[in-house]
Design a binder for this molecule. Structure first.
Ligand code: ATP
Ligand code: MG
Ligand code: MG
Length: 348
């Protein structure tokens, strides 16, 4: 069978590797950090820096197609890999979503609603952005932020100076604060033939900036549910996308507002492992490997709960209940670190 190269060896790379193995495919992980969670399930692992062109070339030559579980791959590495093998999802999707300014500009260009935003490069542009957008607002680094890192809330103009220096360093964007009732996400997939399949939207609850639970079905009326899926499809088509994508949405009385997109399998799609015949990981591998998309229809109501840091203390008790356990095999428990998740079938 073919070998899928995966950039990044975290839990997403691990679960992609499991899905690939089930389809008779091999995976080769490239990971710049220490021995990653994907290491014990992938067929091969290369731990080397993205600057190591020799290792990167050997990796590229050893695989048939390249995908990733992490969107912040250095451009130079992508330039090299692109000469060797196809990369799915493609460069456009990566470039668009690596930078919050490019991302929001692209979304608005599609006619989708986003939070009002402005580019911030220093104190002067922040002051100008604040007078335009108003407080409360959120200052976010344009690149590399995740789990709410690199973000500062600005409740009043006085907070601006400390926000810019401490947490969210320029280049950044200022976003107007959206008064949403709740957050949902759509996990969408697009195949090489342009067919699109979206999972039923999930409702997401965050705690301290980190996803805590995803519940399906989400609280959405039929119009909102259709809109959510159409928004995801529009984004997938516009990017000529191949693979699975996560689209985060704010639910407001004025409609659905796109928060951000992730060009990869997504934490809020983990419920599909126990709620669908074909989960997001298999769906992604199918698309990337050039197979037809599978049936992602939902056959159960599910609550996915992340196990973060000390939540692992609850594992013995959880193991005695009717939940499906998904553990990432990470050696060390750290505050804020995602150690695993559980899927609880509420109704089927
Ligand atoms: P992720 O781990 O999902 O990649 P992230 O670090 O990229 O997170 P965002 O998704 O942009 O960060 O923001 C994290 C959370 O902060 C959102 O899920 C939402 O709860 C809140 N948030 C972000 N932007 C806004 C906004 N403009 N208005 C109101 N709340 C917001
Ligand atoms: Mg994000
Ligand atoms: Mg987010």
């Amino acid at each position: 069978g073919a070998t899928i190269g995966i950039l990044g060896g975290g839990q997403l790379g691990r679960m992609l590797s499991v899905a690939a193995a089930r389809l008779g495919l091999r995976t080769h992980i490239f990971e710049p950090g220490a021995m990653p969670p994907a290491g014990d399930v992938a067929h091969k692992v290369t731990t080397a820096s993205y600057d190591d062109s020799v290792a990167l070339t050997a990796f590229g030559q050893s695989v048939d197609v390249i995908t990733y579980e992490f969107e912040n791959i250095p451009t130079s590495a992508l330039d090299l890999l692109e000469t060797l093998r196809p990369i799915h999802p493609g460069r456009t999707a990566l470039a668009t979503s690596q930078d919050r300014l490019t991302e929001k500009t692209f979304l608005q260009g599609l006619g989708l609603q986003t939070a009002p935003f402005a580019d911030v490069s220093d104190m002067d542009t922040l002051t100008a952005a604040l007078s335009e957008i108003g407080a409360p607002a959120i200052l976010k680094t344009r690149r590399m932020g995740y789990d709410g890192k690199g973000q500062a809330r600005i409740m009043a103009a006085d907070d601006a100076a400390s926000a810019l220096t401490d947490i969210a360093r320029a280049p950044a964007i200022l976003e107007g604060f959206i008064n949403f009732s709740h957050e949902v996400s759509v996990i969408g997939a697009r195949g090489p033939d342009g067919s699109v399949a979206c999972y039923d939207p999930g409702e997401n609850v965050h705690e301290a900036g980190i996803l805590r639970t995803t519940t399906v079905p989400a609280r959405l009326n039929p119009t909102q549910r259709t809109d959510a899926v159409l928004i995801a499809a529009r984004i997938l088509n516009a990017l000529d996308y191949v693979g699975v994508m996560g689209v985060e949405l704010f639910v407001t009385p004025q409609g659905l507002i796109v928060n951000e997109i992730a060009p990869r399998v997504h934490n809020s799609g983990h419920w599909t492992q126990n709620g669908c015949a074909i989960d997001q990981f298999e769906q992604h591998i199918r698309a990337v490997a050039g197979w037809p998309l599978g049936d992602g229809s939902r056959h159960a109501d599910v609550v996915m709960e992340n196990l973060i840091g000390d939540d692992m203390d609850r594992l013995p008790a959880l193991a005695k209940t009717d939940v499906s356990l998904h553990l990432y095999g990470k050696a060390e428990v750290k505050p804020g670190r995602k150690m695993g998740h559980v899927n609880r079938i509420v109704k089927s």
